[in-house]
Design a protein around this ligand. Structure first.
Ligand code: ZN
Length: 266
């Protein structure tokens, strides 16, 4: 399929002066005006290809449409509106009762990514939401079977996003636990209690701004994952504050006591 030129999304064309137009305003691309150019720009709907545009353009510019479009594409004043190939990924979102609303917001945002079904043997990502620490017995089988997973946990009005674990590629929750145990010998005692009901649980209290900030963070990282870029929550735990602000990011590194890195060995 040949190029389908369009103005960049959400971009306006304005007149800069009697001889120039400007595509976009921040900062915008200056384009020398010429007879027929305004009419051509109005024809750019991202559906017509260059020959169709040339056939519809005014006679003053019709013969130059290929070169004009090529130049404007090169300068960023136009984009190719052909739909990209949809990335393939199946996402399963699991949550407990208090994180249901947060999970629903995350699902809604992930739906906007318009990912294609991966099929039976295609890539799959488990998104696991928990109130407080996730039960290690829920997560360890995912790591052991090579399933990619992203952990989200609430901590009071704050939410932690990460680590996003691609077994053998990015450090796992056991790596995190062992690293934390090195700093705090009582950490295993705390973690062990994630297997059963806590002594007490406060009411669910994630503000809407924080919920949408979590959803945006997850969506951005999943987009990075399917694009082959490193998600920010791979090898890190991001902490979002009560208003959705990004408060800090704590690195998670492979721990010598955990053999998960072997899953990525050739
Ligand atoms: Zn590990």
């Amino acid at each position: 399929m040949s190029v389908r030129p369009s103005l960049p999304p959400a971009t306006t064309v304005v007149r800069r002066d009697v001889h120039h137009l400007q595509v976009g305003t921040d900062p915008g691309v200056l384009v020398r005006d010429r007879p027929g150019l305004v009419g051509l720009l109005r024809l750019l709907d991202g559906v017509r290809d260059v020959p169709q545009l040339a056939a519809l353009a005014g006679p003053e510019i019709a013969g130059d449409v290929p070169s004009v479009v090529t130049e404007l594409l090169a300068r960023g004043a136009l984009v190719d509106a052909r739909p990209p190939v949809r990335a393939r990924l199946d996402i399963a979102v699991h949550c407990d009762a208090p994180t249901q609303r947060l999970a629903e917001t995350v699902r809604t945002a992930l739906h906007e990514l318009d990912l294609a079904p991966a099929g039976r043997s295609g890539p799959r990502l488990y998104v696991h939401l928990s109130t407080g620490e996730p039960a290690r017995s829920d997560i360890q089988p995912l790591a052991a079977t090579g399933q990619a997973h992203l952990l989200i946990s609430t901590a009071g009005p704050r939410v932690r996003v990460g680590p996003l674990v691609v077994p053998g590629v990015s450090p796992c929750l056991t790596c995190l636990d062992l690293g934390q145990r090195d700093e705090d010998p009582t950490w295993p005692v705390v973690v062990a209690q994630s297997e059963g009901p806590p002594i007490a649980t406060g009411p669910a209290g994630i503000a809407p701004t924080a919920r949408w900030a979590v959803a945006a963070t997850v969506t951005r990282d999943v987009r990075a994952l399917v694009s082959g870029r490193r998600p920010r929550s791979a090898g890190a735990v991001l902490r979002l504050g009560p208003d959705g602000d990004h408060e800090d990011s704590r690195p998670v590194t492979f721990h010598h006591g955990c053999g998960c890195w072997l899953l990525g060995a050739p």
